[in-house]
Design a protein around this ligand. Structure first.
Ligand code: NAI
Ligand code: MG
Length: 352
């Protein structure tokens, strides 16, 4: 099978980790019958500085003709810059990548066993970015729209249910697991936001009540107590589904539990396309030193393959990464080691 993969390194350490993802894909055994064509694409702050656009139209068009893609990270200014808008947020919308799937798994790097997937709605909530500021006699007031639709909530809960079933199937095939049965935890704050989060809650629960998911246990958790329980008892969670903002925050928190943002992958998933993306940003504090952890990106490449129905190839990559972590000899500084990015990549390639 020939797969065309668009590569968007972006800014900062994105340029260091995306080549690692590419090399791992290229090193997959020929017996899998996969052939990759890579296309380099531009987006991000540097692109904006050079061309005045953060997300060139050509990038969107080319990517939409690819089977999948890998996105590194982009640097975004913390205050508004005229004409600049985050390309990843725009890409998720343009390519209808409605789910952001973030597996968080501990392999010899965490105090407690953790094996969960956070499924984050990717197109709406506060990320519609409809904000305004206005003057009042008491001073400035700023407002943002939080938009939740029944359709997006149903879609995201459905994909969460499907992921829970897929994980159960993998466990049933004998893979060791800390979980007994499939569980989806619906996270919201409908006690305060009864309309928006209330709609998310009702639509998600209705979608998960489908007979297809009869073997999946469904529970709900208010987002603040979700954070508390996630930190106290991370081993209890299997699949967590959440609106956009809560999902963003929960997954960075979960990344801290497994030891480093440099370990946690994600995939932006649509009906026929998957864009792998490490959960971390462009990490300007370590950029250019050759010490960024490539594992989040390598795992993102595997996750992309999973959603392109290449589960066997994905499993090979996960196993090579797990073996590197279990041995623990070549770890990057974020994990307490001294290995350079290149040494970690070499070790994983050797194991592949
Ligand atoms: P960050 O994720 O870039 O860095 C947070 C901390 O984690 C830093 O200390 C960094 O050195 C460390 N870290 C992150 N990835 C690592 C890796 N692979 N290996 C080793 N250490 C790693 O988040 P921060 O500092 O808040 O943001 C930096 C820039 O990245 C900002 O411009 C921000 O807008 C952007 N950003 C972009 C994202 C994206 O493109 N999806 C996501 C998050 C932030
Ligand atoms: Mg984030």
């Amino acid at each position: 099978r020939a797969l065309t993969i668009g590569l968007i390194p972006g800014d900062g350490i994105g340029k260091e980790v995306i080549p690692a993802g590419r090399r791992v894909l290229e090193a997959l055994p020929a017996s899998l019958g996969l052939k990759f064509d890579f296309i380099d694409l531009k987006a991000g702050w540097e692109t904006f500085e050079q061309t005045g656009v953060a997300l060139p139209e050509e990038t969107v068009q080319t990517l939409s003709s690819c089977n999948g893609g890998l996105f590194g990270a982009v640097s975004s200014p913390t205050t508004a810059v005229k004409g600049y808008s985050s390309p990843i947020v725009a890409l998720r919308k343009r390519l209808a990548l409605y789910a952001n799937v973030r597996p968080v798994k501990s392999v010899a790097t965490a105090a407690k066993p953790i094996d969960m997937v956070i499924v984050r709605e990717n197109t709406e909530d506060l990320y519609v970015k409809e904000e305004k500021t206005y003057d009042t006699p008491e001073g400035k007031v700023a407002e943002a729209i939080k938009r939740i639709s029944e359709r997006a909530s149903t879609n995201i809960a459905t994909i969460a249910g499907e992921i829970a079933l897929r994980r159960q199937k993998i466990r049933a095939s004998g893979a060791p697991s800390i979980h007994k049965g499939p569980l989806v935890t619906v996270t919201h704050k409908s006690n305060v936001l009864s309309q928006t989060d209330g709609l998310f809650r009702t639509a998600a629960k209705a979608a998960l009540a489908d007979p297809r998911f009869s073997s999946v246990a469904v529970e709900e958790q208010i987002v603040d107590s979700m954070v508390y329980k996630l930190f106290r008892q991370p081993e209890a969670y299997d699949v967590i589904v959440a609106p956009n903002l809560y999902g963003d925050i929960l997954s960075d928190g979960a990344a801290a539990l497994v030891g480093s943002l440099g370990l946690v992958p994600s995939a932006n998933v649509g009906k026929t396309f998957a864009l792998g993306e490490p959960c971390h940003g462009s990490a300007p504090d370590i950029q250019g030193q050759g010490i960024s952890n490539p594992i989040a990106t390598i795992r993102s490449a595997a996750l992309m393959l999973e959603f392109l129905d290449e589960e066997e190839a994905a499993a090979k990559i996960y196993a090579a990464v797990d073996a590197n972590l279990e041995e623990g000899k070549l770890l990057s500084p974020d994990l307490g080691g001294t290995a350079k990015t290149e040494e970690v990549v070499q070790d994983i390639l050797r194991r592949l």
